[in-house]
Design a binder for this molecule. Structure first.
Ligand code: NZQ
Ligand code: ZN
Length: 378
């Protein structure tokens, strides 16, 4: 086993924690408070944040869209530079947080910051970020991944940087009371797939990684099985905790990973605007089917330790689909309005981005992507 792991983000978890912002950001900082389409004004989060910042200096930037774009975030870069902002406070879900991670790095970069996304350059510095999480799904609140899109070219790309870790993440699950069932279901599925992408490869001797991933899987299955309790504090708190742990990259430390479901899903979102989690749910079952020989031991292990299924890998994949369907997330591309150019669009974009041999063995090639999408379209 060999890995490096460093996660500097402080977590404040629990009801009433938003007021902690006051102690987390030094009063000599000039803050840009960034949020999305206004949900925080309807559920009291905005008021709690404003109250916590009553002795701080801050400006606001709103309108970060779902699947944040550089076009929008570059407007915020201008404000940060003109106003000499030196702290970014992201209040929202993965989109606002990722938009802010880009903003924090782009504000200290002289060129076109898309350079970070297309791999031209790596982030060398960034402004500090704090997060108030309002939606449990991505784990972005305590990780170093940034996913942003470019509207002009329908591209959705990502980059990792240790400069992107937020300084702190405030996680009060009671603010999720105003999320729609659709967002709750999406969050559960995203966390399930994050756990899968760091687990469903080939066997290793990493007992901690396997054991913890299986704990997260079982917890997500429990939440899906108790979907009728989704409006209770306990249910929401658990989802927030699980989704966070599923993508702080700890379960992936030192073990093989396969992010191909995400890479294909991101292209479906870029072209067809599917919600992130929904793009994953229409890819993963068919990808696992196509790659069932490579992944047979881990699919069997998941079956045995999570679903209690033995010697029937096809049934394990069906059980995963059932989890997604239980929380209202469809598992077929044919459930959406998708044109017949989908295979061409996705494979062209994957080629452009250099993802022509994905997966833990580098053998998820474009012909396999074609098969996966064809199965999902049937
Ligand atoms: O814009 P606002 O008003 O905030 O509304 C949002 C948005 O419409 C709403 N919402 C958030 N909190 C709410 C709320 N509505 C009512 N009550 C609340 N408490 O929910 C909608 C979706 O929000 P969004 O932030 O887009 O959802 P999510 O957290 O799922 O983030 C998705 C984005 O994260 C990326 C995805 O690709 C996508 O762009 N990802 C980021 C990752 C990372 N950085 O680690 C990993 C993921 O795999 C993913 O790719
Ligand atoms: Zn995801």
């Amino acid at each position: 086993m060999e890995f490096s792991y460093h996660n500097p983000t402080a977590i404040e978890f629990g009801q009433g924690k938003i007021k902690e912002i006051a102690n987390k950001i030094s009063k000599d900082k000039k803050i840009l408070l960034v949020y999305g389409g206004g949900s925080i004004k309807k559920n009291g989060v905005y008021n709690q944040v404003i109250k916590a910042l009553e002795n701080h200096t801050f400006l606001e930037f709103s309108g970060v869209e779902v699947n944040p774009t550089v076009e929008t975030m570059n407007k915020a870069v201008k404000i940060v530079k003109e106003e000499k902002i030196d702290f970014i406070l992201a209040v929202g879900g993965g989109s606002v947080i990722d938009g802010c991670k880009y903003l924090a790095a782009a504000s200290l970069y002289d060129g076109d910051a898309w350079d970070f996304l297309d791999g031209t350059t790596e982030v060398q510095k960034a402004l500090p970020i704090g997060v108030v999480l309002t939606l449990a799904a991505t784990g972005s609140e305590t990780n170093h991944l940034t996913v942003v899109s470019k509207k002009e070219t329908d591209e959705k790309r990502m980059y990792f940087s240790n400069y992107s870790y937020p300084q702190f993440a405030i996680m009060d699950a009671s603010v999720m009371a105003t999320l729609s069932d659709r967002q709750l279901g999406n969050g559960l599925v995203d966390a399930f797939v994050h756990t899968s992408e760091q687990y469903l490869t080939y066997p290793t001797s990493a007992l901690v990684n396997d054991g913890y991933a299986e704990t997260l899987f079982r917890a997500l299955v429990t939440l899906a099985d108790t979907w009728e309790n989704r409006r209770t504090d306990n249910w929401l708190e658990n989802l927030m905790h699980i989704a966070n742990q599923a993508l702080n990259f700890q379960i992936g430390a030192g073990v093989p990973q396969d992010w191909s479901t995400h890479l294909i899903g991101h292209e479906l979102t870029a072209y067809y605007k599917l919600d992130h989690a929904r793009s994953l749910a229409v890819v993963q079952p068919f990808l696992l089917d196509v790659m069932s020989e490579d992944k047979k031991e881990k699919i069997a292990q998941l079956g045995k330790n999570v679903f209690g299924i033995e010697n029937d890998n096809a049934a394990v994949i069906k059980a995963m689909e059932k989890v997604y369907n239980k929380v209202g997330v469809p598992t077929k591309l044919s459930d959406y309005k998708i044109d017949d150019k989908v295979i061409l669009n996705v494979t062209k974009a994957l080629t452009k981005n250099g993802y022509t041999a994905m997966g833990e063995n580098g053998n998820i090639t474009l012909d396999k992507v074609e098969t996966i999408l064809t199965m999902s379209m049937k």
